[in-house]
Write a protein that binds this ligand. Structure first.
Ligand SMILES: Nc1nc2c(ncn2[C@@H]2O[C@H](COP(=O)(O)OP(=O)(O)OP(=O)(O)O)[C@@H](O)[C@H]2O)c(=O)[nH]1
Ligand SMILES: [Mg+2]
Length: 436
């Protein structure tokens, strides 16, 4: 589902401009932010013919850029045959419209670009609906501020139209109706998914989820561990919908490994929330693996972004959680010294491991760490329950694995395997004996 009508045979000639507003330092280095923007453009097959990092002292309310900038680039864009400008920033509808008028080409901002990518990458029905919802929400938020009409072209609700686009005017009511309809559909899809999930819960496999910034190497690691042919390529957002595989750990324990969509900085909050359902699997995972691209000079900022999204999803203080593992990926790309340093420092850590998802280096350590995390979570215990306490017995059967039972007079002695959360809940009710 593409929102931009891109002619497959003829790539859209594109200019990518990164405004570097001095009062808003975000990435350490504009160059790497530009590299990310180019990655985003490449992800939807745009033909980037012009790039510029422009230092701005201030943002102009009317057209974002100054008249001087517009006058300077206009002839360049014309001679290069450029028909799309991507501004790696957030534009107001007025700024976007004024820029389009002045330059006589389509103009989109970062959010619109990311939505295009999401739209193209969504694979499941749920993913597609979520993207559509995010897109409508985005359009609506712009509509409220200043637009009375929206453009719409063949086959999508995008920002970029091919030649011959038909313009259908959508007003707010139409968008609202659509949002209501999509939300209803999403509810239905979600119910199906919940059913599937609860069916899966009956299977006693713990779920291990890979999360991380886009391009960190989640799918590559997933493939390496699962040797399953999941789409991995040097495109940002190559994965939108969670993908799952069953794998064996060194202990023989089986787990479900789950690959997820990558995070990216500067996404408006409401868009992140629209993708929440895509990441719902993560909330229920038994172990969360945060994959980081250590070869990227911005990897610390990326880490911060990922953690803040996880916090927003409700995973507070995740870093100190027992079930959190940090994978320092792409060590094959690091200078020998850095690599050694990372391997040495992580060798003493119980929640960080340095790996290369390409060479496989470090992955045995990772698998062992997952094993440890999972077994640390479960404990064998013994409890004595009054045979008449049907409620407690039912609760135990529901929340723990009953290994054996023995009746002694009025009492039933149960040996159980239970996770730490269950055990701590039990502690308030009865006496527990820990077994090894
Ligand atoms: N050299 C090297 N390259 C890697 C490693 N891991 C991943 N890559 C490369 O990094 C790029 C991105 O990898 P993906 O696995 O698609 O990244 P991702 O985290 O799944 O990205 P999204 O799905 O967009 O969130 C690909 O070109 C991979 O080949 C690694 O350990 N070493
Ligand atoms: Mg991926």
């Amino acid at each position: 589902m593409a929102y931009i009508e891109i002619n497959q045979n003829q790539q859209t000639r594109t200019a990518v401009v990164l405004p570097n507003v001095s009062s808003k330092p975000s990435f350490s280095d504009a160059e790497s932010k530009m590299a990310e923007a180019l990655g985003l453009a490449k992800a939807i097959n745009l033909d980037v013919a012009y790039t510029e990092i422009i230092k701005l002292r201030e943002v102009k309310p009317a057209a974002y850029f100054s008249k001087g900038f517009i006058d300077r680039v206009k002839p360049i864009f014309e001679s290069e045959g450029i028909n799309l400008l991507v501004v790696d920033a957030s534009l107001t509808p007025i700024q976007q419209r004024n820029l389009e008028k002045a330059l006589k080409i389509k103009v989109i901002d970062r959010t619109a670009l990311i939505l295009e990518i999401f739209g193209e990458r969504a694979k499941t029905k749920e993913g597609k609906l979520q993207v559509e919802l995010a897109h409508l929400t985005y359009q609506r938020s712009r509509l409220v501020r200043s637009w009375t009409h929206l453009e719409r072209q063949r086959g999508g609700a995008g920002f970029l139209g091919g030649p011959g686009e038909t313009q259908i005017e959508l007003d707010r009511r139409i968008i609202d109706d659509k949002i209501v309809r999509i939300k209803k559909e999403l509810e239905k899809v979600k119910k199906t998914r919940e059913l599937q999930r609860s069916a899966r819960k009956k299977i006693p496999y713990p779920v291990v989820a890979l999360v991380g910034y886009t391009n960190a190497g989640k799918s590559t690691l997933f493939n390496y561990l699962a040797s399953a042919g999941v789409f991995a390529e040097n495109l940002l957002f190559a994965t939108l919908d969670p993908t799952m595989r069953r794998i064996n750990l060194p202990s023989g324990k089986e787990i479900i490994l789950s690959d997820t969509v990558g995070f990216i900085s500067d996404l408006p909050h409401e868009l992140i929330m629209s993708f929440r359902a895509t990441l719902e699997e993560v909330l229920e995972a038994d172990v969360i693996i945060h994959v980081r691209d250590m070869s990227n000079s911005d990897n610390l900022l990326q880490k911060k972004d990922v953690l803040s999204v996880l916090h927003n999803l409700g995973l507070k203080n995740i870093e100190n959680d027992n079930n959190y593992i940090e994978v320092l990926n792409k060590i094959d790309l690091l200078p020998e010294d850095d690599k050694k340093y990372l391997s040495e420092t992580t060798s003493r850590s119980n929640n960080a491991v340095a790996v290369s998802s390409i060479t496989g280096e470090g992955t045995p350590l990772l698998l062992n760490m997952i094993d440890k995390k999972l077994s640390a979570n479960f404990q064998d215990i013994e409890v004595k329950v009054n045979a008449a306490d049907g409620k407690l017995l039912a609760w135990l059967y529901k929340n723990a694995d009953v290994l054996s039972t023995q009746t002694v007079g009025e009492l039933i002695i149960l040996k159980l395997k239970a996770d730490t959360a269950t055990i701590s809940r039990l502690k308030n009710k009865i006496q527990i004996k820990t077994l090894d």
